[in-house]
Ligand binder design. Structure first.
Ligand code: ATP
Ligand code: MG
Length: 318
């Protein structure tokens, strides 16, 4: 199954953004959207543009917001056969407003929406049985029912010779929960490629230095850690001691949402296509940087041609 599709499981949402920067949602504001969103949806859309072989498991409501997303994914070539349509719940959504300092305020409708209802059926089992790689995001650990699906999929895919990548996306508050920490430990024990950002790697390993954190992760069986470093680019650490870094591109950030997902999708796809570590990191940095230049989290996903044009035209940090 090594050549099977890349798959992911999780929330399919729309995002609706306040047009003015500021804090909270108190005064009546002007919004733009809905835009197709949800980290797993962004991830899989970016994957399919590079490999033409990717599918997602998730649920939308029987409404216009669900249609927006499913239609986009289908148009781009994503296998949507394992997307369920729930007749009683609305499609998940996220309202977002950017603050002056770049932080974001959110109002989420996820857990109690269709996005929070992930159920196994014939279509999900079929997609899982074909998969060559699965990407899991930490947000999945907060969706009831998704865990059973994730555990089942990890088992099947690993048994079939496939691989697993994991983007922890962890909030510190969650790490105090014992079920959560157990699940996190299980996922890490099955992960081939870990894609943390910022301080996340310290949080999930409960360490205070990057060296200790990386050592800890390798002792769990992970073979590669790719650290996303925002404006600093990205670094790949290998269990055999190899370290490869690539600088970020110099661009003006318009909308940071989705950078990590486009980066991860591109890195995973390029590695699966057999590209070198340096080329994969450069293309992934380009995908992250290019995406933040577009308003809307999924609007900046890119084909290989678009990424190569970007790389030729945009300078890198020194
Ligand atoms: P997200 O905010 O989507 O969760 P993340 O924290 O997981 O993202 P980042 O490190 O912010 O991941 O972004 C992923 C990659 O995208 C970076 O490693 C970098 O290559 C690129 N990138 C993101 N923001 C910028 C930026 N402002 N300038 C240049 N490159 C960027
Ligand atoms: Mg970030």
């Amino acid at each position: 199954n090594a050549l099977g599709p890349t798959i992911t499981i999780g929330e399919i949402l729309v995002e609706i953004m306040a047009t003015e920067v500021g804090e909270g949602f108190a005064p009546p504001l002007t919004f733009t959207g809905p835009y197709p969103s949800g980290a797993p949806a962004i991830f899989i859309d970016q994957c399919v543009k590079l490999t033409k072989n990717a599918g997602i498991i998730g649920t939308v409501g029987n409404d216009a917001f669900g249609q927006i997303n499913v239609k986009r994914l289908e148009k781009d070539g994503v296998d949507i056969s394992a997307i369920s349509i729930d007749d009683s719940l609305p499609t998940g959504s996220a309202f977002v407003r950017y603050r002056e300092d770049g932080e974001r305020d959110f109002v989420f409708n996820i857990v109690a929406s269709a996005a929070g209802k992930i159920v196994r059926n014939k279509e999900t089992d079929t997609l899982i049985s074909k998969a060559g790689h699965m990407h899991i995001m930490g947000t999945l650990l907060a969706i009831p029912g998704a865990w059973e699906m994730a555990e089942y999929a990890v088992n099947v895919i690993k048994k079939n010779g496939g691989t697993l990548s994991f983007d922890p996306n962890i909030r510190k508050e969650l790490t105090a929960d014992s079920v959560f920490t157990q699940r996190l430990a299980y996922l890490l024990s099955q992960t081939d490629l870990l894609l943390p950002s910022g301080e996340e790697i310290l949080t999930i390993t409960n360490t205070s230095s990057l060296t200790d954190a990386i050592k800890n992760i390798f002792s769990l069986g992970v073979s590669e850690v790719v650290l996303k470093q925002g404006r600093e680019g990205a670094t790949s650490y290998h269990r055999n001691g190899d370290i490869v870094s690539e600088k970020a591109f110099e661009i003006e950030e318009i909308d940071p949402t989705g950078a990590g997902d486009c980066f991860g999708a591109t890195y995973v796809s390029c590695r699966r296509l057999g590209m070198t570590l340096n080329d994969s990191l450069t293309l992934a940095n380009a995908a992250g940087a290019r995406n933040v230049q577009f308003t809307g989290p999924m609007e900046g996903t890119a084909t290989l041609d678009e990424l190569q044009t970007f790389i030729q035209n945009v300078s890198r940090k020194i």
